[in-house]
Every structure is written in structure tokens, then in C-alpha cells.
Design a protein. Structure first.
Length: 428
């Protein structure tokens, strides 16, 4: 059987892809907790320490998205050509060194330069789409479950690490938290990256397809891979593209302004930080359940349902008063986050493995622009009105539009039919 690995590459008969998944999960946990989801925790302390407005503080985190929109296609192309491991090492060490440097920075412009040019470049180069692309290389039949587990790592970072960051910021200050976090991440990235192999084919094993035994004369499953040009010519890519951009652009505001939104509703800053962490914790079991179901059932209803939950969350925060509004908002946004991995599962199911990182990078060009603009927009509105009401009202129809696009997604026909049509590639 093609997917039987040589003994050195299998430990206790485990498919090596699971080791790749374990490594990317841990890297995603650390990256999500330290570099990505911590923005909302650092927002207020940095604003007060540097004497900034909400708009100026939002700009720090938003400019990282502008950098990501430029880096996305370049990183995707490099990953498709050279693999994920070298990008993980480079990006992880660069982002870690940036966090360490920020410990000593007191000037706003220098802070922006280091946060965007060092931390941002490092994160986008090795600790975001690169991890998802690595998993997509190793899984086909179990792609939905594997990719959901990988992306759950980012939520796990929010659930496990953000409470520690919240306590650390409240006790020793945000500067020391960044220093120690950067040192720890720099030490751990090399051993974890060493486990991420390029692809099963290069290791002498096959992907996780149930290939028939040698004596079985039945047809082997067809592995469908689109080129970038072929994918761009399909309607399916652009429908998925639009829904993904709308969803992720709004998450740019939620990820940066959630804690301040909760404070706006009357919650204490420390409790608001823990509620933001709880959002990620609650999304973890849902991600696993959705990932399991995604290998067996169509993805569209689950993706559309997640956007419907997010739209309802904006209504709750607008119409319900006090801490109770935050509790319901967190539960509904946990549903949205729980289904978010299906964007990339769909991309892999529709278009295969060989061009996945490039196709994902092209989507990231636009959604990073959205994640650049939406937090600045929210910060400006809050500076002018002292309220997030206009922001939430404007987000409601966008979430519903994203739901519509996700419900419309359909798997495209393979670009070239080889083998038996009945033995089609996996994925819905």
C-alpha cells in the first residue's frame, strides 16, 4: 500500500501527518495566544502608556494587516515551492525578536515600525497561513478534521495563553509580558518546526487516502489539484473568496476592539479580558465537532450558520444592556469562530494541495486590507461618538451577506478528468 510509511517514519503505526498536525497545532497555539489574539489585551495598556488615541492605537495593529496583504501571495508561493518548515523557522524567530525589542520602545513611530516590520512580517511569514498549508499537504480524506484541529490551535492560544497575558499585564506590565513571551517563543519554534516535513510524497509515503491493497484491482481514488490559473477561472473560487474576505475583515475589528467593546457595555477591563479569552475556549469543542462533521456532510450550512450567529451577536450587543449582553455576544461569536476553519477546508477540498498556499495568499491580500481598515474605522467612530453603536449596526448586513455567499459555494468540476469518475477526490 502506498500510504504505508517506512518504519523510521512511523511510530507505533501512526501516519506521519498526525505528527505534522501536532506540531502545527502547538505552533498555532503559541502564535495565536502571543502574537494574534493578544492584541485586544495589549490595546488599552499600550494606548495609555504611549498617550495615544483609539484611532492611533488601532493603526498599530491594523498596519500589520497591510503588511500581510503584501506578504500573503509571496509567502504562499514560497510555501508551495519550498515547503513550510523554512518559513516557520524564519517567521517564528523574527516575530519573537520583535516582541523582545518592543520591551524597550517608548516612541510611537518606532513602535509601529517594529510591530509591523518585525513582528508582523515574522507572523505572516511563518505562523499563519503557512501552518494551515502544511496540514493541507498531508491530509485529503481527513482534511476537515485535521485542518479544524490545526486552526483550533489558534483558539487554544486564546483560551490558554490570554488569561496568563491578562494577569501578566495587570501585574508586571505589558512590556515585561512581551519580553518573556518573545524569549519563550524563540526557544520553542526550532524543535517544533523540525517536525514539519514538506509532503508525504517526499517522505516516501502517500497522503491519507484509503488506497486499495496491491491485490485489489479496483480503481484508486483520484487526487484533484488545480493550478492557480485554473482555480481563478472558476466561479467557486470567487464566491468563496468574497465570503471569506467579508468574514475575516470584520474579525479584524472584533479581535482588536472586543475588550474595549465589553468595557463600553459596563464591564471591568480585567473581566473583559477574561471574557475575550472565554470566546476562544468555547469555540474549541465546536471546531472539533465541525471538523469531524465536515468530512461527512456539506460545509455550506455550517459556514452560513456561523455568519448568522455573528449577525445575531451584533444585535445582542446593540439591544441588551450590561454584562449579560457580553455573555451572549461571546457565546454567539464562539459559534462564528468555531466554523471559521471551514473557509480553508473548502479551499483545500475544492482546489487540492499543490497550489493551496498561493490561492490562500491571494485571498489574504484583500482580507488583510479589510482587517487594516475595519479596526481603524471602529476606532475613529468610537473617538468621535464615544460609542460602538454605528460600528455594530454596519456589521450586521455584512455578516448576512457573507452567510449568503457561503451558502452559495459549490465544488467546481475537476480541471482534468483522469481515472474513474466514480473515484473522485475527497471533500464537499
Amino acid at each position: 500500500m502506498l500510504n504505508r510509511a517506512p518504519v523510521p517514519r512511523k511510530i507505533k503505526n501512526a501516519y506521519y501527518g498526525w505528527w505534522v498536525l501536532a506540531s502545527t497545532f502547538l505552533l498555532g497555539t503559541l502564535s495565536g495566544g502571543i502574537f494574534s489574539n493578544s492584541n485586544a489585551i495589549f490595546f488599552g495598556p499600550i494606548q495609555r502608556d504611549l498617550g495615544l488615541t483609539s484611532t492611533q492605537t488601532s493603526l498599530i495593529f491594523s498596519l500589520v494587516r497591510a503588511e500581510g496583504s503584501i506578504a500573503g501571495p509571496i509567502v504562499g508561493r514560497l510555501v508551495d515551492r519550498f515547503g513550510s518548515r523554512p518559513m516557520i523557522i524564519f517567521g517564528g524567530l523574527l516575530a519573537s525578536s520583535g516582541f523582545i525589542l518592543l520591551h524597550w520602545v517608548h516612541n510611537y513611530l518606532l513602535f509601529v515600525v517594529i510591530f509591523v516590520g518585525v513582528v508582523g512580517v515574522g507572523k505572516s511569514s511563518g505562523l499563519g497561513q503557512v501552518l494551515i498549508s502544511a496540514v493541507n499537504r498531508w491530509f485529503i480524506r481527513r482534511r476537515s478534521l485535521a485542518m479544524s484541529i490545526c486552526i483550533t490551535g489558534f483558539s487554544s492560544g486564546g483560551a490558554a495563553i490570554l488569561p496568563l497575558i491578562t494577569i501578566g499585564v495587570a501585574t508586571i506590565g505589558w512590556r515585561d509580558v512581551m519580553l518573556y513571551s518573545g524569549i519563550f517563543m524563540g526557544l520553542i519554534v526550532l524543535p517544533l518546526a523540525s517536525l514539519v516535513k514538506h509532503s508525504p510524497e517526499r517522505e516516501g509515503i502517500g497522503p491519507d487516502l484509503p488506497f486499495p491493497d496491491d491485490e485489489d484491482k479496483g480503481p484508486k481514488p483520484q487526487i484533484v489539484d488545480f493550478t492557480v490559473r485554473q482555480a481563478l477561472r472558476t466561479k467557486a473560487y470567487w464566491i468563496l473568496f468574497t465570503g471569506s474576505v467579508l468574514r475575516i475583515s470584520l474579525w479584524g475589528t472584533i479581535s482588536v476592539h472586543s475588550v474595549e467593546m465589553f468595557v463600553w457595555k459596563g464591564m471591568s477591563a480585567e473581566l473583559a479580558g477574561f471574557m475575550f479569552s472565554l470566546m476562544f475556549l468555547m469555540s474549541i469543542p465546536l471546531r472539533i465537532i465541525v471538523g469531524y462533521l465536515g468530512d461527512k456532510f456539506p460545509l455550506q450550512p455550517m459556514m452560513g450558520g456561523g455568519m448568522g450567529a455573528a449577525a445575531l451577536a451584533t444585535v445582542v450587543l446593540l439591544t441588551v444592556e450590561g454584562n449579560f449582553a457580553v455573555y451572549i455576544f461571546v457565546a454567539l461569536m464562539a459559534i462564528e469562530q468555531g466554523t471559521s476553519a471551514l473557509n480553508w477546508v473548502s479551499l483545500g477540498n475544492f482546489f487540492g494541495r499543490t497550489s493551496f498556499a498561493t490561492l490562500m495568499g491571494l485571498i489574504s491580500v484583500v482580507f488583510n486590507i479589510g482587517m487594516l481598515l475595519s479596526p481603524i474605522y471602529a476606532g475613529y467612530i468610537f473617538d468621535e461618538t464615544g460609542s460602538y453603536t454605528i460600528v455594530l449596526v454596519s456589521f450586521f448586513p455584512i455578516y448576512l451577506t457573507a452567510a449568503f455567499f457561503f451558502l452559495m459555494t459549490r465544488k467546481p468540476r475537476p480541471p482534468v478528468q483522469t481515472g474513474s469518475p466514480a473515484a473522485a477526490a475527497y471533500g464537499r
